[in-house]
Write a protein that binds this ligand. Structure first.
Ligand SMILES: [Zn+2]
Length: 295
């Protein structure tokens, strides 16, 4: 095995063109090729510029010293680059009052889809409506998953959803003997932000808190106060498995940006071809492309 690998490595080394060849082939590249081949821009650089325009800094929204905030920024941070909307002023909201103030300032509009009233920031809603119209012309549809919760959520919703993953996982790991009663009681009594920090720490040793207990809870549900749904820039789509539906969503600025959260779309208000220069890189999983921060 080791020998085979060595052989492959040697073969690869053998095929790397000499620097002279590289220069020649680069000269033949068209401008468009150069654009397509470009590495995605570094997320933190693009974010710093975007925040400067909004007269703020990364440390104001997500302090470097806060490990949880940083993790959240790198997992859900695409929304901070969204155009024509108001991204949240912080990575983590810590109470309902903060969320209410932000949501009132940003503003939102509502739409009745079937029996569900969903709410989003105005530009995000405008583009969702256009996407739905386009889908319906092709006899497709774009509908909310799990009712009104598919779009705007408040702080309390995010805490309830966190507990819907956190509590059953505690029971499971207790039964498995990976956690003891003392640890479980302690985890339950921790202030929320510390609870999140400790859950992420436990996950490093394979004690996962997602719904299926196989991956990080953050790929299953947002940490309390951090959801893109609180930002009113997310919409969970029933028809996410249809490639044409994903294409139509993308055409109107809506993209999958959270790895493993398949029905979840984020409004970025950008063209797909412009995502790399906006600090996002495309990761393909089972034929679906997720645009995540390039960190
Ligand atoms: Zn979602």
């Amino acid at each position: 095995m080791g020998f085979a690998l060595l052989l492959i490595c040697l073969t690869l080394v053998g095929t790397v063109p000499a620097s002279g060849d590289e220069i020649t082939s680069a000269a033949h590249m068209t401008l468009a090729d150069a654009e397509n081949d470009k590495e995605p821009a570094p997320f933190y650089e693009v974010l710093a510029k975007a925040l400067k325009k909004r007269k703020t800094r990364i440390d104001n929204i997500c302090p470097t010293s806060d490990v949880v905030a940083r993790r959240i920024l790198e997992d859900y941070g695409a929304m901070f680059l969204a155009k024509k909307v108001s991204p949240p002023p912080r990575c983590i909201f810590t109470n309902e009052e903060q969320v209410t103030r932000f949501q009132e300032d940003a503003g939102f509009t509502s739409l009745l889809i079937g029996f569900d009233e969903v709410e989003l920031q105005p530009e995000a809603m405008k583009q969702l409506v256009k996407a739905r119209e386009e889908a319906q012309k092709e006899a497709l549809d774009i509908t909310p998953r799990d009712g009104a919760e598919a779009a705007r959520r408040n702080y309390e919703d995010s805490v309830r959803l966190w507990n819907s993953r956190f509590s059953p996982a505690l029971d499971y790991w207790l039964a498995q003997g990976r956690l003891n009663v003392e640890q479980v009681t302690r985890l339950q009594s921790l202030p929320l932000q510390q609870q999140v920090a400790e859950v992420l720490e436990l996950e490093k040793s394979g004690i996962y808190f997602s719904k299926d207990l196989s991956k990080s809870i953050l790929y299953s549900i947002a940490a309390p106060g951090t959801s893109q749904h609180i930002a009113m820039l997310a919409f969970d789509v029933n028809e996410f498995e249809n490639p044409r539906v994903r294409e139509i969503m993308a055409k109107h600025g809506w993209f999958q940006t959270v790895l493993s959260d398949l029905p979840h779309f984020t409004f970025l208000g950008l063209k797909e071809k412009d995502l790399p220069k906006n600090g996002l890189r495309g990761v393909e999983v089972n034929g679906q492309t997720f645009w995540i921060p390039n960190v």
